[in-house]
Design a protein around this ligand. Structure first.
Ligand code: PLP
Length: 231
């Protein structure tokens, strides 16, 4: 089932990329593995998944102890408390959800302590939703400009979770806005950053995201089925 789902998503990704005149190889499929156990994560990796995203520190740590992600890289994609950075820095390839100045400072401090450089994305609250974290779109430029002050962090792009997509096409304006921010920042050639990763698009809107410049989609439900929140 998981392998079939992944194959179907890849076919849809390829079609969306070609329609937009893009090379399908430019777009990474990151499996949002939250609430799926080690056996299911391994099944996804066996079916070709190269990137897994987790949004809870405790779940990440537990599954890492079980070597659930062997053969794939792991990204952190959830809200990260500053008192938990030690469990994430140096243990994931990319922290996608850097959403506030206090977290940026805590990550720099921990990465310096470990003497490593941690790759990060800035999370943009693109729909200006109260319920979501992330920088406001107009704040991103200043943060990117300041990255020289964080020598143990490397900014590689942006992540966004727009509002729930009501109908096909409804989130395109948000995805396009993220892409514009990235293009503007790239043109400024700030120190210590790149905008190569635009992580946007989930189960309900990944084709629109690909049409509008996404380079990484984060998909859970379409791979694993609906999550069981009753457990
Ligand atoms: C769960 C999750 C996803 C995947 O959502 P689906 O709608 O199930 O594809 C993507 N991004 C983040 C940050 C998530 O927490």
């Amino acid at each position: 089932m998981i392998a079939e789902n992944i194959a179907a998503i890849r076919a849809r990704m390829d079609a969306a990329a070609r329609k937009a005149g893009r090379d399908p190889k430019e777009i990474v499929l990151c499996a949002a593995t939250k609430m799926n156990d080690t056996a299911r994560v391994r099944e996804a990796i066996a079916a070709g998944i190269t990137c897994c995203g987790e949004n809870r520190v405790q779940e990440l740590t537990a599954k890492q102890a079980l070597r659930a992600y062997d053969g794939a890289s792991v990204h952190f994609i959830g809200h990260l408390q500053t008192n938990k950075v030690r469990q994430v820095v140096g243990r994931v390839a990319l922290i996608q959800s850097v959403d506030r100045p206090a977290l940026l400072a805590a990550l720099e401090k921990e990465a310096a302590k470990q003497a490593i450089v941690q790759d990060i994305l800035l999370e943009v609250n693109i729909g200006a939703e109260e319920s979501k974290s992330g920088y406001a779109p107009e704040e991103i430029d200043a943060v990117a400009a300041s990255m020289g002050q964080f020598p143990h962090l490397r900014l590689r792009g942006l992540m966004a979770i727009p509002p729930v997509s009501e109908k096909s096409g409804s989130n395109c304006r948000f995805f396009t806005q993220i892409r514009r921010i990235a293009v503007d920042i790239t043109a400024k050639k700030y120190h210590n950053i790149s905008m190569e990763i635009l992580s946007m698009g989930m189960t309900d809107d990944f084709e629109d995201a690909i049409a509008c410049g996404s380079t990484m989609i984060r998909v859970g439900t379409a791979i694993f089925g609906a999550r069981d929140y009753s457990k």
